[in-house]
Design a protein around this ligand. Structure first.
Ligand SMILES: [Zn+2]
Ligand SMILES: [Zn+2]
Length: 154
């Protein structure tokens, strides 16, 4: 069914034989077109095509390189809000200056004093407790002297 055909290469003008096998091969591959070049030129073109396709692949790979990471868009805050929030505070928390001071622990002023007579020196004594007759009450000075250097302890 297939016959060898004498062909002329359109590339180099060389005569070549389009063999029956080649024709059958082309028929099977459904190439449809007859070879217009000699096997050498065909091989050369094939190499060239392979080279070019490889170059194309490289170019495609380069083009398909991952793009730089997208820069996140900076979120602008509404100016109205920020200026409202930055309003200088009025008079909050000034640190209570006058008025009540901190409660004193053992000040003589925060408990009622009873005036009596010192049992040691006979002078006036002010004691923070109600003096009782069965106990001697001393003035502060005498109390400190009797109790020692620790200080007054009422
Ligand atoms: Zn040729
Ligand atoms: Zn005294």
């Amino acid at each position: 069914m297939f016959q060898d055909r004498n062909m002329t290469c359109i590339e180099c003008g060389a005569a070549f034989v389009y063999t029956a096998d080649d024709q059958e091969y082309h028929q099977k591959k459904c190439y449809g077109t007859e070879p217009k070049r000699c096997p050498e030129c065909r091989e050369a073109r094939r190499r060239q095509a392979r080279k070019s396709t490889r170059a194309a692949q490289l170019a495609a790979a380069a083009a398909a390189a991952p793009p730089p990471p997208p820069v996140p868009a900076r979120v602008e805050r509404p100016r109205a809000f920020s200026s409202e929030g930055a309003r200088p505070g009025g008079g909050g928390g000034g640190g209570g200056g006058g008025g009540w001071g901190p409660p004193r622990g053992r000040g003589p002023g925060d408990r009622p004093l009873f005036e009596t007579t010192c049992g040691a020196c006979g002078g006036k004594a002010q004691v923070p407790f109600e003096p009782k007759q069965d106990r001697p009450v001393y003035c502060r000075d005498c109390f400190v002297k009797m109790k020692g250097p620790r200080g007054p302890r009422f």
